[in-house]
Design a protein around this ligand. Sequence first.
Ligand code: 5AD
Ligand code: SF4
Length: 474
Amino acid sequence: MNYERQTIPPEKIEHQLTICHEIFDRVTAHGARPLAMVDTYGCQQNEADSEKLRGYLAEMGYGFTEDEFQADVIVVNTCAVREHAEMRVLGNVGALNHTKKAKPGQIIAVCGCMVQQQHMTEKIRQSYPIVNLVFGPHELWRFPELLWQVMEKHGRVYATDKQNGAVAEGIPRNREGSVKAWLSIMYGCNNFCTYCVVPYVRGRERSRLPEDVVREARELVSAGYKDITLLGQNVNSYGRDLDRDVDFADLIRMINDIPGDFLIRFMTSHPKDATEKLFRTMAECEKCARQLHLPVQSGSDRILKAMNRSYTREKYLEEVSAARKWMPDLVLTTDIIVGFPGETDEDFAETLSLCEQVRFDAMFTFIYSKRVGTPAATMPDPFTREEKQKHFDALTELANRISAEKHGAYIGTRQRVLVDGETGREEYNLSARTNGGRLVHLKGDPEWVGRFMDVDITGGNTWALYGKEADGNG
Ligand code: 5AD
Ligand code: SF4
């Protein structure tokens, strides 16, 4: 594939920055600092996109608020993966009627995956007249230009054309926090799992150039970030679209070579592309966390086939064994969909037995949600919501029990953790993560935030571990 063709030329991003400065002059002309609010739904990729939206807004002179009544600009960055997320977005956008009434000049923008679906853009056009600007994920790089259009024309602006997407470098970032950072290495998805809307709204897989990724990782390390999560819908296919001899394992090695004390995490891995080379690389790279999120979705071969997942239960189990052979202390997590069209009691029993066999450290479980335009939406779906809920509850119970048992096994051990924030609670005022990414509650000095330290684990339940500073931390 021709990389040039799918890259936004740097001068176009420069032009957006020029527009930012024009907006700056306009919105700061009256003295008071204008305020913006960015409300984010969905996955980490959306969090990373919101950092870019805030980066642009900061260039335009906006400060940030969490109070929608104070905001001059509100951007709602939406998710389309499940209906529940869409309903929440629509409910919350509807509620902005009140803020707009109180502040008539307020600009309301809705962006992200939900509005890359035509029926959703139509819904907003017809039923949410308070919304001034609608733009899909492919148009994020030209947010300043779109906002400028709204300011100039006092009408509604839509930018949701169907596209395969591009890669844009040089968009400013306004990151949340100073310890953990998201680093997108690729965008889009080519897999077309039959239940999933992502390939339709986020376009085809596009990898960033390794030198761009490594440069950003270096900048993060120099800025003091200690925990870098590489993001992509399927990081294991990184580099396939590039005219280079580089894959995801190579990229991990390049980042591991950056001097400094930090951790590399990544998500999400598709089991069809996870290789022994990846597991070996993880094991050999001392900065790579012993953590793998490997969504299995179902334990039934029949359902995996209907989902177009391109692997079998057996292949998945072999991969788990290979990963654990290379990293005996690996923390393994997964995603599971319950109630895929036609999933029977027998299929579900296969999922339960796979989970019993693998014993995931944590499981993210979802009830199947029908997505417009996906192949699964037209498959016969004879089982009722109540039947699916029963399966879901049984799976949650199993997941919670195994997580509690796994966390129980940490009690009495010493773990090196990264303290990543304050909780605002008195008893355990700090939060930290183990190398494998398990949450640890601690009591201690807020100065510890951003530090790696040894902790003695004193307790654990389904959701978290509890610990205290070990003797001998320097
Ligand atoms: N319904 C329910 N869950 C879904 N996921 C993706 N699409 C759907 C859907 N239509 C889940 C998958 C994926 C996670 C991010 O969301 O488990 O791994
Ligand atoms: Fe969706 Fe499958 Fe792509 Fe993940 S790999 S984003 S589940 S289509």
